[in-house]
Ligand binder design. Structure first.
Ligand code: IMO
Ligand code: MG
Length: 429
């Protein structure tokens, strides 16, 4: 069947987890390929309500293999807690495999993420403070420590000693805080290694084998296209690529293995942390979306900034990801809205921009040009077919398809597994 990537098309929190949870029913494997525990994927199913940060959202289906790929960065404390919590709720986690190549988030990464945010003061990026920027920086400058390193204690100790000497110099001399203890980190991480050992493997070959057998493999994206380090609103971005293309590298498979790319987008748009957001609503409408949509961060609890659907940003996201289908989530949040707006272009100085600017300071000065569509009364949460939706809701969807030139194949009308309208089948293609 091949590989289907399911990735975020906005600034994260689009509902990727629930789309994966649904499609996983037909899949053989789900692979996380980027990010770390900055991700927070909410899944509601018969086991309960879960906020997954590292474990793939396919974990609830015991028949499939769940992989944390080489492109993910892992905080072992968070991962072990997540595994424990799943087991506590009766979820079998024995089908989880963690790449030995994945990099480890160390205590100094978390500390440095916070110190750097403090240092930036008013210019803080609003990171999740999970150590994401520092760990990816270390990966690239070859100072990282990987999951597989935990399996050889002597090697781990000598690597940690060398890296920590350098990190402690930065902590004490640049930031003027206390150094970290080699012994404490060593003992803690050796214990993590012992607990994680049964899960560690060479995952690229496992995924390759599944692809070769013609199985259905889902790539579970984290974050969203507009947080991409290259194409997002730099520097207000994350530190690994959330794009479908990164799925190939972060899982260790050929880009030609990916046969479909599903972009998950909300019916409106949200953002957590700093950075430009042209359609942000700082009024009671934004407040209403936040309250109705429970728009508070799954990882940090921060209130999310809310705004109208931004078709300029979505078109850009489609361009850089190559979405074959869209999954539009949270449509029910608009129940009872007298009208709904869609941003179709930006106004910058006296010019009309139809494309997403590469310069964040220009984006910050863009005013949205919106069209207004009639709303519906609702509630739509009990509706299970496209034709059952109010005509205004169908009109909203078809206008989006027209503006984006991409089919909407799923529409969610509530958070539960069955509250997803399947407009077109994607698995039979
Ligand atoms: P999921 O997978 C929404 C944002 C942070 C911050 C910026 C950089 O749940 O969609 P970082 O800690 O990555 O260095 O922070 O990126 N961010 C997310 N926003 N959803 C996420 O993940 C995010 N992961 C990071 O808020 O603005
Ligand atoms: Mg999230």
């Amino acid at each position: 069947m091949g590989v289907i990537a399911i990735v975020g098309g906005q600034w994260g929190d689009e509902g990727k987890g629930r789309v994966i949870d649904l499609l996983a029913g037909k899949a053989n494997m789900v692979v996380r390929f980027s990010g770390g525990d900055n991700a927070g994927h909410t899944v509601i199913n018969p086991y309960g309500e879960f906020r997954l940060h590292l474990v793939p959202s396919g974990i609830f289906r015991p028949q499939l293999t769940c992989i944390i790929g080489n492109g993910v960065v892992i905080n072992p404390a968070v991962l072990l807690e997540e595994i424990d919590n799943l087991q506590l709720h009766g979820v079998d986690t024995s089908h989880l495999v963690i790449s030995d190549r994945a990099h480890l988030i160390m205590p100094y990464h978390i500390l440095l993420d916070g110190l750097e945010e403090e240092r930036r003061g008013k210019g803080a990026l609003g990171t999740t403070r999970r150590g994401i920027g520092p760990v990816f920086a270390d990966k690239v400058i070859r100072l990282g420590i990987r999951v597989g390193d935990l399996l050889d204690k002597d090697m781990f100790l000598s690597r940690l000693r060398a890296v920590l000497e350098f990190k402690n110099a930065i902590l004490t001399k640049v930031y003027q805080v206390s150094p970290l203890s080699l012994e404490e980190i060593y003992e803690q991480y050796v214990s993590y290694g012992e607990q994680l050992a049964p899960f560690i493997g060479e995952t690229s070959s496992i995924i390759h084998e599944a692809v070769a057998k013609g199985e259905l493999v889902l790539l579970e994206g984290a974050q969203g296209a507009l947080l991409d380090p290259d194409f997002g609103t730099y520097p207000y971005v994350t530190s690994s690529s959330p794009l479908a293309g990164a799925g190939s590298i972060g899982a260790g498979i050929s880009p030609m293995a990916i046969v479909q790319v599903i972009g998950v987008l909300k019916a409106y748009i949200t953002r957590v942390g700093g950075g430009p957001m042209p359609t942000e609503l700082k009024d009671e409408v934004g407040e209403l979306i936040r309250e109705k949509g429970h728009e508070y961060g799954a990882t940090t609890g921060r209130p999310r900034r809310c705004g109208w659907f931004d078709a300029v940003a979505a078109r850009f996201s489609i361009q850089i990801n190559g979405f074959s289908d869209l999954a539009l989530t949270h449509l029910d949040i608009f129940d009872g809205f007298p009208s709904i707006k869609i941003c179709t272009a930006y106004k910058f100085d006296d010019k009309v921009l139809n494309s997403f600017p590469s310069d964040s300071s220009i984006l910050g000065k863009c005013q949205p040009i919106c069209e207004e569509l009639p709303g519906w009364q609702g509630p739509i949460s009990g509706i299970r077919s496209l034709n059952g939706l109010p005509s205004e809701a169908r009109h909203y969807l078809s206008r989006l398809e027209e503006l984006l030139s991409c089919p909407i194949s799923f529409v969610s009308v509530g958070p539960e597994r069955e509250q997803m309208i399947k407009v077109r089948s994607i698995l039979s293609r």
